[in-house]
Design a binder for this molecule. Sequence first.
Ligand code: AMP
Length: 282
Amino acid sequence: MRLISTLEELQSITSSRGHRTGLGGVLIPTMGALHAGHAALIKYGSLLARKSNSPCLVSIFINPTQFNEKADFDRYPRTLDADMTICQDAGADFIFAPSTEAMYPDPSAAPIPPLPAVATTPNLEDGFRSGHFAGVCQVVLRLFSLLSPDAAVFGEKDWQQLQVITAMAKQAHLPIDIIPHPTLRDPDGLAMSSRNRFLSDEERRAALAIPHALKSAANHSKSEAAESAMLALLSASGLEVDYAVIRDAKTLGANSPGKPGRALIAARSGKTRLIDNTPWPA
Ligand code: AMP
């Protein structure tokens, strides 16, 4: 496994492998602070890459343009040494961990693409994290243009993000397969997240209301009843809820009977904002 930190290193490896741009292969974009959920994506990416005899690439970049609170960006965990061990064990061939200057040398190098409707209209993450998806699309497009992967793996944990990237790739006719991977959970049911380390024992216990609420939604066949059941459980645990809704799984607009739906929650336990989702009906 090789760590690439600069565009010059990337360029020299790219040309030594006979490519004009990028490395091809399967990319797993991350912000580091890797856990077993990320490792599962990397293992899957590595398996896919082996099949096509191409490399598995993990990018590690804490993208400032997708944070809407500077304090959140500042306190985001930075754990490159531990991340490298996880990448190595999971079968990555390259880690691309550039500086902010390399990613954003000037605005023309990293344009913000036109955002698909699923990034701007559902009033989910778009409604609570202003500018977030503009930053996400910007960094993903920049990574795609530098690395030219054949495929990229994204977690279902960030369901709206997965739909946004899928729609963006389709809209821009990018020749890159966007591949989803299911959410990994701790044994108590809490979805793994780099932010879980900020939870006190008490906050973590309260946060378990999130997977419980998603499960309780499955007991209701009407979306209004499922939403009320989720809200009741989340509020009873003292979580501050941004949303707890049933939506169309793809457009994230209103759910229609007979079409795949998704239960989605964003809530704060203490100061830590957590998101999770599950298919609905289960
Ligand atoms: P992040 O570093 O949080 O930006 O996440 C990098 C990728 O890992 C994204 O595609 C996430 O959706 C995915 N991911 C994060 N947590 C999990 C999890 N618990 N299970 C599966 N994928 C995850």
